[in-house]
Write a protein that binds this ligand. Structure first.
Ligand SMILES: [Mn+2]
Length: 628
């Protein structure tokens, strides 16, 4: 699974939803874990709502801070994802392996000796490792660069370490049917640390009822690290002997096939009623399986996801994440988002919530998943396959649920092992999803990636089989999905034109201007991001980006209404609230750009962008989507 920007859960909760959500917090008596930096004020909120009205403000603030910090963490992760990974991975130097018992005794025992910080700029040592000797620092940094998380520490933590119980209190009171379907767990890995895989296995075996867990399938997407061969084999052999009723299956790819293909190959090897396709850098919480199996038992067409807590890549501590829907933007980057308003009206945060998509990890009826086409094996490397699953499940008759009582701790890596820059694969996969599933909305994906709508020249592979599947399953149109499942995604259907906006008389382009700053300028046309504009039928004109979601605000070209002014760039909704600002522009191709509110025009004089009395200057926008 991957985390991306947490999209303003607070904002999307809105109104009644927020009140109920806070109510949930009150009832729950939120207890911070010892690691929360952001919550000194929310220590033990008593559950009697009536006598604690005065606390409401504090709680709201604490809630907001918590959300903000979640959002920040996720946005940072998203930023990291988008950036290229730091270095090519060197081939592994073999780590000495120790028997499990010894590792457990060792605990974390950093050496006391004071030493210089050898890697002051490394994210690994930002808050962790202050007492390490120089040798240990070198080793820890080397391992961090190879894996993207703190393997030095992981090797020294108990494999069966306890996790903080971050579930909603109401989860503890729930009971689950005895005759649940059997479960097969698929773990996908590529150059994962041995101790991390061992800890995942340990937690799954210890925290899943023996009568339900029938098999564990390990899928190696052609790892090159040596200890994932002999040493992992030895460990698996050992736990196999300890658990004779449990089937272990190893799937090894002789070349790297990418996440989607790896997940499907794990599914293919499974035989249990339900299959859980997980990352290998996870630890499951107590009672993680039962809530998921219960939902699937009730409806075999529901595809479920647990809620992930965050394991920091540096200190491997577990931070609570609140349950949220798994959503995406038009580039198909995934993100967290609030559930629907109707969900929050129920006032019970332990209930499963409907979700437009999954982050990647999924638990589903094995046969049902096969009937609807598992995952698109035509996806390459990384990304997109989770959104494809979301759209396919919903439009072809199933549904997706995030189940709050099922929790998994998941390491958010600082960088991923697949390739240095994931965005190329991501773009290709996103365009593939668009072509197969998005009908008349497919150009929104091209728009988000800033490629031409037609003939973008990017090879998306053969899509005939997936198109056939869509037909065979008689799946609903994407419009239905937008209207019924994901109404928060802005269909952008009133977008008329986009691209560079050129003043034909001055032969210069509208440009976003210096960042930070809110003063657009006239500049030599180059048509890169700062000059890409978006013109909507309501007259709004955005510069440099357009937001995918209705709850987000765009940057509107604005006439602030003073005499002889420079134009401004303001959040559109804010500008409307402030009043006296003109954000609507009347424009036709090759004609003047006139503000609807002030009747003045956008013009260029002596190389300077101005708003003034109209003199008839002409503008031309690069790409027309609909004639206007
Ligand atoms: Mn992951």
């Amino acid at each position: 699974m991957r985390a991306a920007g947490l999209k303003r859960v607070v904002l999307t909760l809105g109104g009644i939803g927020l009140v109920f959500y806070v109510g949930m917090f009150l009832n729950r008596g939120y207890e911070p874990t010892d690691k929360e930096l952001d919550s000194p004020r929310i220590i033990r909120i008593v559950s009697d709502m009536a006598t604690n009205i005065s606390n409401l403000f504090n709680i709201l603030q604490a809630f907001e801070e918590k959300q903000k910090s979640m959002q920040k963490m996720l946005e940072e992760d998203r930023g990291r994802q988008r950036k290229a990974a730091e270095v090519e991975q060197p081939s592994i130097k073999k780590q000495p392996q120790q028997p499990e018992a010894q590792i457990q005794d060792q605990q974390k025992a950093p050496k006391e000796k004071k030493s210089n910080k050898l890697f002051p700029d490394s994210a690994l040592f930002k808050t962790w490792g202050g007492n390490l000797s120089e040798d240990d620092q070198r080793e820890a940094q080397g391992l961090y660069e190879m894996y993207g998380y703190n393997v030095f520490l992981s090797d020294r933590l108990p494999l069966d370490r306890a996790l903080p119980d971050t579930r909603d209190k109401r989860c503890l009171k729930k009971s689950y049917p005895k005759d649940l379907p059997s479960l097969g767990v698929v773990l996908i890995y590529l150059n994962e640390a041995l101790s991390v895989i061992k800890r995942a296995l340990r937690s799954i075996i210890d925290r899943t009822p023996k009568n339900l867990l029938t098999e564990i399938i390990l899928v190696d997407d052609n790892s090159s690290y040596d200890d994932l061969k002999g040493d992992l084999d030895a460990y698996v052999k050992m736990i196999e002997q300890q658990n004779p009723s449990l089937r272990f299956i190893r799937v090894r790819h002789s070349e790297q096939r990418g996440l989607a293909y790896a997940r499907v190959s794990g599914w293919r090897a499974a035989t249990a009623d339900v299959v859980a396709i997980l990352d290998a850098h996870i630890e499951v919480h107590e009672l993680w399986a039962e809530p998921l199996l219960t939902q699937i038992k009730g409806d075999r067409t529901v595809v479920t996801s647990p809620v992930f807590d965050k394991v920091s890549f540096d200190d491997l501590k577990v931070d609570e994440y609140l349950p949220a829907a798994h959503a995406f933007d038009w580039a198909l980057w995934c993100m967290y988002e609030g559930f629907s308003d109707d969900y929050y009206k129920l006032g019970d945060g332990s209930l499963p919530g409907k979700s437009p998509s999954v982050m990647g990890i999924l638990v589903a009826d094995r046969k049902y998943l096969g009937e609807i086409g598992v995952l698109d094996e035509g996806m390459k490397v990384y990304g997109g396959e989770n959104v494809e699953l979301g759209i396919r499940v919903w439009t072809c008759g199933g549904s997706i649920e995030v189940v709050p009582c099922s929790k998994i701790a998941h390491i958010e890596r600082a960088h991923k092992p697949y390739m240095p820059d994931l965005s190329q694969a991501m773009r290709r996969n996103a365009l593939r999803v668009a072509e197969i599933w998005m009908d008349e909305y497919k150009h929104n994906v091209a728009l988000a990636w800033n490629v031409p709508f037609e003939n973008h020249g990017i090879d998306i592979g053969d899509i005939s089989e997936r198109k056939k599947l869509r037909e065979t399953l008689k799946c609903k149109p994407f419009k239905w999905y937008l209207e019924n499942v994901y109404p928060k995604l802005d269909p952008l259907d009133n977008l008329l034109a986009y691209g560079g906006l050129k003043n034909l008389d001055a032969d210069m382009c509208l440009d976003r201007g210096p960042v930070p700053g809110q003063t657009p300028i006239a500049y030599v046309c180059h048509y890169y991001a700062p000059q890409v504009t978006y013109y909507r039928s309501n007259g709004e004109l955005y510069i440099s980006s357009i937001k995918s979601h209705r709850y987000n605000d765009n940057q509107c070209l604005t006439d602030v209404g003073k005499k002889d002014t420079e134009p401004g760039l303001y959040n559109c909704k804010e500008a409307v609230q402030k009043g006296a600002m003109g954000i609507h522009w009347d424009f036709t191709q090759g004609k003047e750009m006139r503000n609807r509110e002030t009747k003045r025009c956008l013009e260029i004089q002596n190389g300077k962008l101005l708003i003034q009395e109209c003199s008839g200057q002409r503008w031309e926008i690069q790409h027309i989507i609909k004639p206007f």
